[in-house]
Design a protein around this ligand. Structure first.
Ligand code: PLP
Length: 370
Protein backbone atom coordinates (compact mmCIF):
# COMPACT_ATOMS: atom_id res chain seq x y z
CA UNK A 1 0.00 0.00 0.00
CA UNK A 2 1.33 3.44 -0.90
CA UNK A 3 0.89 5.43 2.34
CA UNK A 4 -0.88 8.82 2.19
CA UNK A 5 1.81 10.19 4.47
CA UNK A 6 4.75 8.96 6.49
CA UNK A 7 7.87 9.93 8.37
CA UNK A 8 11.40 9.90 6.98
CA UNK A 9 13.95 8.84 9.57
CA UNK A 10 17.63 8.75 8.61
CA UNK A 11 20.72 7.24 10.31
CA UNK A 12 21.59 10.82 11.29
CA UNK A 13 18.28 11.07 13.21
CA UNK A 14 18.97 7.76 14.94
CA UNK A 15 22.45 8.91 15.93
CA UNK A 16 21.02 12.10 17.47
CA UNK A 17 18.56 10.09 19.57
CA UNK A 18 21.19 7.52 20.49
CA UNK A 19 23.50 10.23 21.78
CA UNK A 20 20.84 11.53 24.17
CA UNK A 21 19.84 8.05 25.34
CA UNK A 22 23.47 7.47 26.31
CA UNK A 23 23.83 10.88 27.95
CA UNK A 24 22.06 9.86 31.14
CA UNK A 25 19.35 12.51 30.80
CA UNK A 26 16.20 11.32 29.11
CA UNK A 27 13.31 13.44 30.33
CA UNK A 28 12.99 17.19 29.75
CA UNK A 29 16.52 18.56 29.70
CA UNK A 30 18.99 20.55 27.61
CA UNK A 31 17.93 19.03 24.26
CA UNK A 32 14.43 20.47 24.75
CA UNK A 33 15.71 24.02 25.11
CA UNK A 34 17.97 23.57 22.09
CA UNK A 35 15.04 22.28 20.00
CA UNK A 36 12.80 25.11 21.16
CA UNK A 37 15.40 27.71 20.23
CA UNK A 38 15.92 26.20 16.77
CA UNK A 39 12.20 26.00 16.16
CA UNK A 40 11.66 29.59 17.27
CA UNK A 41 14.40 30.81 14.96
CA UNK A 42 13.08 28.69 12.11
CA UNK A 43 9.50 29.91 12.26
CA UNK A 44 10.22 33.51 13.23
CA UNK A 45 8.67 33.44 16.69
CA UNK A 46 10.32 34.79 19.84
CA UNK A 47 9.41 31.80 22.00
CA UNK A 48 8.60 28.14 21.53
CA UNK A 49 7.47 25.64 24.15
CA UNK A 50 7.79 21.96 23.20
CA UNK A 51 5.17 19.55 24.53
CA UNK A 52 4.23 15.89 24.28
CA UNK A 53 1.82 16.20 21.35
CA UNK A 54 -0.13 18.64 19.19
CA UNK A 55 -3.31 18.18 21.17
CA UNK A 56 -1.54 19.24 24.39
CA UNK A 57 -0.13 22.19 22.45
CA UNK A 58 -3.67 23.31 21.62
CA UNK A 59 -4.85 22.75 25.20
CA UNK A 60 -2.01 24.85 26.61
CA UNK A 61 -2.34 27.56 23.97
CA UNK A 62 -6.04 27.95 24.79
CA UNK A 63 -5.34 28.01 28.54
CA UNK A 64 -2.40 30.40 28.24
CA UNK A 65 -4.48 32.80 26.16
CA UNK A 66 -7.03 32.96 28.97
CA UNK A 67 -9.97 31.27 27.24
CA UNK A 68 -12.43 30.35 29.98
CA UNK A 69 -15.50 28.18 30.43
CA UNK A 70 -18.43 29.75 28.58
CA UNK A 71 -16.26 31.66 26.11
CA UNK A 72 -16.99 31.26 22.43
CA UNK A 73 -14.25 30.60 19.91
CA UNK A 74 -14.79 30.83 16.17
CA UNK A 75 -13.10 28.02 14.30
CA UNK A 76 -13.31 25.76 11.26
CA UNK A 77 -15.15 22.46 10.94
CA UNK A 78 -12.49 21.20 8.50
CA UNK A 79 -9.87 20.11 10.97
CA UNK A 80 -8.75 17.19 13.05
CA UNK A 81 -11.08 16.90 16.05
CA UNK A 82 -8.33 17.97 18.46
CA UNK A 83 -8.69 21.64 17.44
CA UNK A 84 -12.23 21.84 18.85
CA UNK A 85 -11.94 19.07 21.41
CA UNK A 86 -9.48 21.09 23.46
CA UNK A 87 -11.93 23.99 23.51
CA UNK A 88 -14.57 21.62 24.89
CA UNK A 89 -11.99 20.33 27.38
CA UNK A 90 -11.83 23.76 29.00
CA UNK A 91 -15.57 24.38 28.77
CA UNK A 92 -15.38 26.84 25.90
CA UNK A 93 -17.73 26.64 22.94
CA UNK A 94 -16.48 26.15 19.39
CA UNK A 95 -18.52 28.17 16.89
CA UNK A 96 -18.04 26.82 13.40
CA UNK A 97 -17.66 29.15 10.42
CA UNK A 98 -17.94 27.71 6.93
CA UNK A 99 -14.88 27.04 4.79
CA UNK A 100 -13.55 28.48 1.53
CA UNK A 101 -13.74 26.23 -1.49
CA UNK A 102 -10.37 27.26 -2.87
CA UNK A 103 -8.18 26.64 0.21
CA UNK A 104 -10.61 24.64 2.40
CA UNK A 105 -9.58 26.95 5.23
CA UNK A 106 -11.96 28.98 7.38
CA UNK A 107 -13.84 31.52 5.24
CA UNK A 108 -12.73 34.80 6.79
CA UNK A 109 -15.79 36.59 5.35
CA UNK A 110 -18.05 34.37 7.48
CA UNK A 111 -16.35 35.15 10.80
CA UNK A 112 -17.64 38.58 11.71
CA UNK A 113 -21.33 37.74 11.81
CA UNK A 114 -20.63 34.94 14.32
CA UNK A 115 -19.05 37.30 16.85
CA UNK A 116 -21.01 37.82 20.08
CA UNK A 117 -20.32 39.32 23.51
CA UNK A 118 -18.87 35.96 24.51
CA UNK A 119 -16.42 35.56 21.64
CA UNK A 120 -12.82 35.49 22.84
CA UNK A 121 -10.75 34.11 20.00
CA UNK A 122 -10.51 32.94 16.41
CA UNK A 123 -8.84 29.60 15.72
CA UNK A 124 -7.99 29.07 12.06
CA UNK A 125 -6.02 26.07 10.91
CA UNK A 126 -3.68 26.08 7.94
CA UNK A 127 -5.35 23.16 6.24
CA UNK A 128 -3.09 20.85 4.23
CA UNK A 129 -0.25 23.28 4.94
CA UNK A 130 -1.87 26.26 3.22
CA UNK A 131 -1.85 29.34 5.45
CA UNK A 132 -5.23 30.90 6.29
CA UNK A 133 -6.02 34.48 5.22
CA UNK A 134 -4.18 35.92 8.21
CA UNK A 135 -4.29 39.62 7.22
CA UNK A 136 -8.07 39.60 6.95
CA UNK A 137 -8.46 37.51 10.10
CA UNK A 138 -6.14 39.87 11.99
CA UNK A 139 -8.21 42.85 10.89
CA UNK A 140 -11.36 41.27 12.32
CA UNK A 141 -9.53 40.18 15.48
CA UNK A 142 -8.14 43.61 16.26
CA UNK A 143 -11.44 45.34 15.49
CA UNK A 144 -13.26 43.10 17.98
CA UNK A 145 -10.33 42.62 20.41
CA UNK A 146 -10.10 38.87 19.82
CA UNK A 147 -7.06 36.63 20.01
CA UNK A 148 -5.86 34.46 17.15
CA UNK A 149 -4.62 30.98 17.91
CA UNK A 150 -3.46 29.29 14.74
CA UNK A 151 -3.50 25.51 14.56
CA UNK A 152 -0.40 25.11 12.43
CA UNK A 153 -0.19 21.31 12.75
CA UNK A 154 -0.03 20.99 8.95
CA UNK A 155 2.02 24.06 8.28
CA UNK A 156 5.46 24.12 9.88
CA UNK A 157 7.61 25.82 7.24
CA UNK A 158 4.66 27.22 5.28
CA UNK A 159 4.73 30.93 4.47
CA UNK A 160 2.12 33.65 4.24
CA UNK A 161 3.30 36.66 2.24
CA UNK A 162 6.87 35.56 2.90
CA UNK A 163 6.41 35.11 6.64
CA UNK A 164 6.45 31.71 8.25
CA UNK A 165 3.53 30.22 10.12
CA UNK A 166 4.46 30.47 13.79
CA UNK A 167 5.15 34.19 13.93
CA UNK A 168 1.80 35.36 12.55
CA UNK A 169 -0.81 34.69 15.26
CA UNK A 170 -0.86 35.39 19.02
CA UNK A 171 -0.15 31.71 19.54
CA UNK A 172 0.54 28.98 17.00
CA UNK A 173 0.52 25.25 17.66
CA UNK A 174 2.40 22.48 15.86
CA UNK A 175 2.29 18.68 15.88
CA UNK A 176 5.17 16.29 15.32
CA UNK A 177 3.10 13.17 14.76
CA UNK A 178 4.74 10.92 12.11
CA UNK A 179 2.62 12.20 9.21
CA UNK A 180 3.27 15.87 10.04
CA UNK A 181 6.01 18.04 8.46
CA UNK A 182 8.64 16.77 10.93
CA UNK A 183 8.28 14.09 13.58
CA UNK A 184 9.37 13.35 17.13
CA UNK A 185 7.20 10.21 17.34
CA UNK A 186 4.58 12.02 19.32
CA UNK A 187 5.20 15.68 19.98
CA UNK A 188 4.02 19.23 19.62
CA UNK A 189 4.91 22.84 20.30
CA UNK A 190 3.43 26.26 20.87
CA UNK A 191 5.03 29.35 19.32
CA UNK A 192 4.39 32.91 20.46
CA UNK A 193 5.95 36.37 20.44
CA UNK A 194 4.47 37.21 23.82
CA UNK A 195 6.57 36.69 26.97
CA UNK A 196 3.45 36.56 29.15
CA UNK A 197 2.06 33.60 27.18
CA UNK A 198 5.47 31.97 27.12
CA UNK A 199 5.79 32.06 30.91
CA UNK A 200 2.28 30.71 31.32
CA UNK A 201 2.93 27.89 28.87
CA UNK A 202 6.05 26.82 30.76
CA UNK A 203 4.11 26.79 33.99
CA UNK A 204 1.15 24.85 32.59
CA UNK A 205 3.44 22.28 30.97
CA UNK A 206 4.81 21.23 34.37
CA UNK A 207 1.90 20.93 36.79
CA UNK A 208 1.60 24.67 37.39
CA UNK A 209 4.47 24.38 39.84
CA UNK A 210 7.04 27.15 40.22
CA UNK A 211 9.53 28.38 42.78
CA UNK A 212 8.33 30.98 45.24
CA UNK A 213 10.52 33.78 46.66
CA UNK A 214 12.06 31.43 49.20
CA UNK A 215 12.96 28.96 46.44
CA UNK A 216 10.29 26.48 47.47
CA UNK A 217 8.28 24.64 44.80
CA UNK A 218 4.66 25.73 44.94
CA UNK A 219 1.71 25.06 42.70
CA UNK A 220 -0.02 28.27 41.66
CA UNK A 221 -2.18 27.27 38.69
CA UNK A 222 -3.79 24.02 37.56
CA UNK A 223 -1.21 22.55 35.24
CA UNK A 224 -0.42 19.25 33.57
CA UNK A 225 2.48 17.03 32.67
CA UNK A 226 2.77 17.76 28.97
CA UNK A 227 6.55 17.51 28.78
CA UNK A 228 8.45 16.14 25.81
CA UNK A 229 11.49 13.93 26.40
CA UNK A 230 15.03 14.98 25.53
CA UNK A 231 15.50 12.14 23.06
CA UNK A 232 12.37 13.23 21.21
CA UNK A 233 13.68 16.79 21.12
CA UNK A 234 16.97 15.50 19.69
CA UNK A 235 15.00 13.78 16.94
CA UNK A 236 13.07 17.00 16.39
CA UNK A 237 16.25 19.08 16.04
CA UNK A 238 17.69 16.56 13.62
CA UNK A 239 14.49 16.46 11.56
CA UNK A 240 14.26 20.25 11.54
CA UNK A 241 17.58 20.42 9.70
CA UNK A 242 15.93 18.58 6.83
CA UNK A 243 12.55 20.33 6.90
CA UNK A 244 13.29 22.63 3.95
CA UNK A 245 14.40 19.62 1.95
CA UNK A 246 11.19 17.78 2.92
CA UNK A 247 9.17 20.81 1.80
CA UNK A 248 10.95 20.91 -1.55
CA UNK A 249 10.14 17.24 -2.06
CA UNK A 250 6.51 17.84 -1.13
CA UNK A 251 6.31 20.71 -3.63
CA UNK A 252 7.81 18.43 -6.27
CA UNK A 253 5.13 15.78 -5.68
CA UNK A 254 2.37 18.41 -5.82
CA UNK A 255 3.82 19.69 -9.12
CA UNK A 256 3.84 16.16 -10.57
CA UNK A 257 0.19 15.65 -9.64
CA UNK A 258 -0.73 18.99 -11.12
CA UNK A 259 1.04 18.33 -14.40
CA UNK A 260 -0.57 14.92 -14.80
CA UNK A 261 -4.07 15.69 -13.57
CA UNK A 262 -4.75 19.28 -14.60
CA UNK A 263 -6.64 18.32 -17.77
CA UNK A 264 -8.81 15.71 -16.09
CA UNK A 265 -12.20 17.38 -15.80
CA UNK A 266 -13.50 14.88 -13.24
CA UNK A 267 -11.08 16.11 -10.56
CA UNK A 268 -10.62 19.52 -8.93
CA UNK A 269 -7.01 20.02 -7.89
CA UNK A 270 -5.83 21.87 -4.79
CA UNK A 271 -4.29 25.24 -5.45
CA UNK A 272 -1.62 27.21 -3.66
CA UNK A 273 -3.12 30.68 -3.64
CA UNK A 274 -1.18 33.86 -4.34
CA UNK A 275 1.09 34.94 -1.49
CA UNK A 276 1.16 31.47 0.04
CA UNK A 277 3.97 28.96 0.20
CA UNK A 278 2.14 25.78 1.22
CA UNK A 279 3.57 23.07 3.42
CA UNK A 280 1.75 20.53 1.19
CA UNK A 281 1.03 18.40 4.23
CA UNK A 282 -1.62 16.46 2.31
CA UNK A 283 -2.87 16.50 -1.29
CA UNK A 284 -6.64 16.83 -1.29
CA UNK A 285 -8.55 16.62 -4.57
CA UNK A 286 -12.29 16.89 -5.09
CA UNK A 287 -14.41 14.97 -7.57
CA UNK A 288 -16.84 16.92 -9.73
CA UNK A 289 -19.40 14.12 -9.44
CA UNK A 290 -19.98 13.32 -5.74
CA UNK A 291 -21.71 10.06 -6.65
CA UNK A 292 -18.42 8.61 -7.82
CA UNK A 293 -16.23 9.66 -4.88
CA UNK A 294 -16.64 6.57 -2.69
CA UNK A 295 -16.24 4.30 -5.70
CA UNK A 296 -13.03 6.08 -6.67
CA UNK A 297 -11.68 5.74 -3.12
CA UNK A 298 -12.56 2.06 -3.00
CA UNK A 299 -10.99 1.42 -6.39
CA UNK A 300 -7.76 3.21 -5.50
CA UNK A 301 -7.50 1.30 -2.21
CA UNK A 302 -7.96 -1.97 -4.12
CA UNK A 303 -5.11 -0.86 -6.34
CA UNK A 304 -2.81 -0.48 -3.33
CA UNK A 305 -3.10 3.30 -3.04
CA UNK A 306 -3.59 4.56 0.51
CA UNK A 307 -6.16 7.24 -0.13
CA UNK A 308 -7.68 8.90 2.89
CA UNK A 309 -10.19 11.54 3.90
CA UNK A 310 -9.44 14.74 5.84
CA UNK A 311 -11.78 15.73 7.48
CA UNK A 312 -15.49 15.14 8.07
CA UNK A 313 -16.97 18.37 9.51
CA UNK A 314 -16.19 18.24 13.23
CA UNK A 315 -19.77 19.18 14.15
CA UNK A 316 -20.94 15.94 12.48
CA UNK A 317 -19.01 13.72 14.88
CA UNK A 318 -21.48 11.76 17.05
CA UNK A 319 -20.10 13.38 20.21
CA UNK A 320 -20.66 16.87 18.81
CA UNK A 321 -24.11 15.93 17.51
CA UNK A 322 -24.99 14.86 21.06
CA UNK A 323 -23.47 17.92 22.71
CA UNK A 324 -25.17 20.92 21.19
CA UNK A 325 -24.32 20.64 17.50
CA UNK A 326 -27.23 18.51 16.30
CA UNK A 327 -28.48 21.23 13.96
CA UNK A 328 -25.23 22.72 12.73
CA UNK A 329 -24.97 22.60 8.94
CA UNK A 330 -22.53 24.47 6.71
CA UNK A 331 -22.85 24.42 2.96
CA UNK A 332 -19.25 24.42 1.77
CA UNK A 333 -18.04 22.11 4.52
CA UNK A 334 -20.67 19.58 3.46
CA UNK A 335 -20.01 19.93 -0.26
CA UNK A 336 -16.37 19.35 0.61
CA UNK A 337 -17.30 16.34 2.74
CA UNK A 338 -19.14 14.79 -0.21
CA UNK A 339 -16.41 15.34 -2.79
CA UNK A 340 -12.94 15.33 -1.23
CA UNK A 341 -10.30 12.63 -0.97
CA UNK A 342 -6.64 12.72 0.04
CA UNK A 343 -4.06 11.28 -2.34
CA UNK A 344 -0.66 10.10 -1.05
CA UNK A 345 1.89 12.88 -0.56
CA UNK A 346 5.07 12.62 1.45
CA UNK A 347 8.73 13.51 0.84
CA UNK A 348 9.76 10.00 -0.20
CA UNK A 349 6.98 9.50 -2.75
CA UNK A 350 8.60 8.79 -6.13
CA UNK A 351 7.71 9.95 -9.64
CA UNK A 352 6.98 6.34 -10.48
CA UNK A 353 4.47 6.06 -7.64
CA UNK A 354 2.80 9.31 -8.64
CA UNK A 355 2.57 8.07 -12.24
CA UNK A 356 0.98 4.87 -11.00
CA UNK A 357 -1.57 6.75 -8.84
CA UNK A 358 -2.40 9.15 -11.66
CA UNK A 359 -2.70 6.26 -14.12
CA UNK A 360 -5.19 4.48 -11.88
CA UNK A 361 -7.28 7.63 -11.43
CA UNK A 362 -7.42 8.08 -15.20
CA UNK A 363 -8.27 4.44 -15.66
CA UNK A 364 -11.13 4.80 -13.19
CA UNK A 365 -12.51 7.63 -15.28
CA UNK A 366 -11.87 5.60 -18.46
CA UNK A 367 -9.57 8.24 -19.79
CA UNK A 368 -7.00 5.77 -20.99
CA UNK A 369 -5.74 2.28 -20.35
CA UNK A 370 -2.30 1.47 -19.03
C1 PLP B 1 -2.43 16.23 13.95
C2 PLP B 1 -3.27 17.38 14.27
C3 PLP B 1 -3.48 17.82 15.58
C4 PLP B 1 -3.10 17.03 16.80
O1 PLP B 1 -1.80 16.69 16.88
P1 PLP B 1 -1.33 15.40 17.73
O2 PLP B 1 0.14 15.57 17.78
O3 PLP B 1 -1.76 14.19 16.94
O4 PLP B 1 -1.97 15.46 19.06
C5 PLP B 1 -4.17 19.00 15.77
N1 PLP B 1 -4.67 19.69 14.75
C6 PLP B 1 -4.52 19.28 13.47
C7 PLP B 1 -5.07 20.12 12.38
C8 PLP B 1 -3.83 18.11 13.18
O5 PLP B 1 -3.73 17.69 11.92
Amino acid sequence: MIAYGKQWITPQDIKAVDRILRSGWVTQGPAILAFEKKLAKYCGAKYVVAVNNGTSALHLAYLASGIEPGDEVITTPNSFVATSNMLLAIGAKPVFADIRLDTYNIDETKIEKLITQKTRAIVPIDFAGQPSAMAEIKKIASKHKLLIIDDGAHALGAKYNGKKVGGLADLTTFSFHPVKPITTGEGGAVATNNKKYYDKLLLLRSQGVQKDKAGKNVMTVLGYNYRMTDFQAALGSSQLQRLNFFLKKRHQVAAWYKRELKDLKDIILPQEIKGNYSGWHIYVVRVTNPRRRNKLMKYLKQQGIGVNFHFPPIYKQPYYRQHGFSKTSLKNAELYEATALTLPLHPQLTKKEVNYIVGRIKRFYNKYEI
